[in-house]
Write a protein of this length. Structure first.
Length: 70
């Protein structure tokens, strides 16, 4: 999601950093443009101490979309 608002592939930069390479950007290079929201759906089984479960999604209703602000 970060790529959508910064144009920077943060995961690529983290991998490069893990290999000991320097970051190719400085904090001042990061410009935000807009916003993004990410959500995840987790399936946990309460009868198994909330261990992950494949679960079964039987109904999904996405959030209502609002028109863009002028």
């Amino acid at each position: 999601m970060t790529e959508l608002v910064t144009g920077i592939d943060i995961v690529e930069e983290m991998i490069r950093s893990a290999y000991g390479l320097r970051l190719r950007i400085a904090q001042g290079d990061v410009k935000l443009s807009g916003w993004a929201v990410e959500s995840r759906v987790y399936a946990e089984d309460p009868t198994r101490n909330f261990l992950p479960s494949t679960g079964r999604l039987v109904k999904y209703r996405p959030p209502a979309r609002e028109p863009p602000m002028a």
